[in-house]
Design a protein around this ligand. Structure first.
Ligand code: KG4
Ligand code: ZN
Length: 335
């Protein structure tokens, strides 16, 4: 119903001040618009929910204050929802229409800009952490590498677009911590960083020590590789980088499903929009006789519908939150 992507794009990432101002301006209008579109009066709504963390404090506070105010004013239940639970449950969106509230046990891969986690899901609100990233999240690696390559924010869709015609085998990039249930993507990012000067795409350390900046480097006619005349190089780099991430995510998820005896794998979060990840994870699961369920693409990147859906399942299961509960920018999904 509303997106702030355009407002943050020119800064190459989310600017907290802009994000919270926009929440304050647009949230009340959005509420009106949603109620009109659904042809209901707010008094007919069963419960009010908001994300209570993890995330930016200034944005969380606005959503939670509005939802709490409505819940108190209209005498309805309030539900504080963990952002990560919103992602984790999103592959099941719509099950309530089929009369089911049941979350089938599964191994869940959450891959977003802020998180990369593998969880054992036994049911609603029953989650066990299997592994998480020890440094960058997968989406963060996409965004940082895209920035190095001069691509726009958010970097994931940009890299995916260029990777389509690329050769994923051209560059041998690292697949870190394959023997562990945790993830690490900062080595991959650094490997791309060191590869670029060798390909004459950015200045080498020697040139940098002589004060050559990337901007100056780009302007030099003799070294203007800058992908302008070499789209193939850009495509191959993007495809090789994307494949390195996909290989790690697929391998660890399938191993975890087998280890914990789960016959369902789910994937959610912004990076799960990635078609190659979905295709290769789906194929790897099917080779092992494991069912695969990805969040629908419109539910992968951050959205309010997944929070409302988590709240609906929790409400039906008898959960409610205190309106005196605080937001928590570092809220954990599993203690
Ligand atoms: O879940 P999300 O919207 O926000 C967080 O909770 O972090 O995820 C945003 C992340 C960004 O890093 C973005 O680059 C990545 O998801 N992303 C993708 C794709 N679409 C979004 N990464 C890879 N391929 C995509 N198609
Ligand atoms: Zn998210």
């Amino acid at each position: 119903m509303a997106s702030q992507v355009a407002a943050h794009e020119e800064y190459g990432g989310i600017v907290p001040e802009i994000a919270s101002r926009n929440h304050l301006i647009y949230a009340p209008r959005l509420l009106d618009r949603a109620a009109n579109a659904a042809k209901i009066d707010p008094s007919e709504i069963d419960a009010f929910a908001a994300t209570s963390g993890p995330g930016l404090a200034s944005s969380l506070m606005i959503g939670a204050s509005i939802a709490k105010g409505l819940a108190i004013g209209l005498g309805k239940p309030y539900l504080a929802i963990n952002h990560l639970e919103g992602h984790l449950l999103s592959p099941f969106f719509g099950i309530e229409k089929a009369g089911a509230n049941h979350i089938k046990p599964n191994v869940s891969l959450i891959v977003s800009g802020g998180h990369t986690m593998l969880l054992l899901v036994r049911g609603l609100a029953d989650y066990q952490l299997i592994g998480r990233t020890v440094d960058d999240a997968a989406g963060e690696a996409f965004d940082k590498v895209a920035k190095m390559l001069g691509l726009r924010y958010p970097g994931g869709p940009e890299i995916e677009k260029h990777a389509c015609d690329g050769d994923p085998k051209r560059f041998d990039l690292p697949r870190s911590m394959l023997g562990s249930e945790n993830f690490s993507f900062s080595g991959l990012k650094t490997a791309v960083r060191y590869l670029l000067p060798k390909l004459h795409v950015i200045p080498s350390e020697v040139e940098e020590s002589r004060g050559v900046t990337t901007d100056e480097f780009q302007r030099r006619p003799s070294t203007t590789l800058r992908f302008g005349w070499d789209n193939k190089l850009l495509s191959d780099l993007c495809a090789s980088f994307q494949q390195a991430i996909v290989d790690v995510l697929v391998a660890k998820t399938v191993v975890a499903a087998q280890k914990y005896g789960m016959d369902l794998v789910t994937v959610s979060g912004g990076v799960s929009c990635n078609q190659e990840l979905r295709r290769q994870l789906g194929e790897a699961c099917s080779r092992k006789g494991i069912e695969f369920k990805g969040a629908q693409p419109w539910l992968c990147t951050d959205n309010a519908a997944m929070i409302a859906f988590a709240a609906l399942l929790r409400l039906h299961a008898g959960f409610q939150s205190q309106v005196t509960g605080e937001i928590d920018p570092n809220l954990a999904l599993v203690l």
